[in-house]
Structures are given as C-alpha cells and as structure tokens.
Design a protein. Structure first.
Length: 125
C-alpha cells in the first residue's frame, strides 16, 4: 500500500509440505486497485479456494525437472478436507507478523461448487 493506504500490489506464495518449490505470484498495476482498496477497507472478506482438476499438474506434477510427486492429477485422490494456515495481513513491505493471522479448516460437509473442469470441483470457505 502507498502512503495514502491505497493498494498497489498483492503477493501470493503457495507452498506445499514436503516440497521445496513454492509458487510465487505478484499482481501489480491492476487497474481495479482503487475499487479493491475501498472494498477491503469496507470489510470485504477474501475467499480462499481449493480444487481438484485434471490439469492441476502445474502445481505438483512431475514438471520438466521430473521432481514433482504426481505424473497426473487424480481428482478422486483429492482429500475431502484440507487446512489453510499461516495467513497474515499487513502492509506490503512491512514486517512479517510474529504469529499467523488465522487458520481455517474445511471438510466435505461444506458447500462444493463444480467449476466446469473435467474431474474437478471448486471448494471454498
């Protein structure tokens, strides 16, 4: 965020236990940042998704280096529960919080939305 509190960029880092290859994404220069800033300041709740799909090997597939754990993504082997942890919210570039902001767990009993991808479904908190 800049000095006026306007969102300038977002960074997402996805890690997987047992894997030394995180996926890091930064979104900067988004034209809707002013609207997103206002929505967050008004109390908008971010949503975290978890899904299974036949084309998810980009994250944990064998990849070009042959190091990933999965040659194919088997949607039927996707766990019916998962845990999101070590979330933090704070100023971009600011100090990291000393403890995670929250932890969320989802089970099969929660709502599932089909995302139109063969073999998969989108599950959200």
């Amino acid at each position: 965020a800049d000095g006026a509190g306007q969102l300038k960029a977002m960074e997402v880092k996805l890690t997987q236990q047992g894997s030394s290859c995180p996926v890091i994404m930064q979104v900067a220069g988004y034209q809707g940042n002013a609207k997103l800033t206002a929505a967050l300041q008004a109390g908008m709740t971010p949503i975290v998704s978890y899904w299974a799909a036949d084309d998810m090997t980009w994250m944990d597939g064998t990849g070009a280096d042959g190091q990933g754990p999965c040659a194919v993504d088997d949607a039927s082997a996707c766990s019916h529960s998962m845990q999101f942890s070590n979330f933090s919210v704070g100023p971009i570039g600011g100090p990291a919080p000393s403890a995670p902001g929250f932890m969320a767990t989802q089970t099969q009993a929660t709502q599932t939305q089909t995302n139109g991808v063969s073999g998969g479904g989108n599950r959200w908190l």
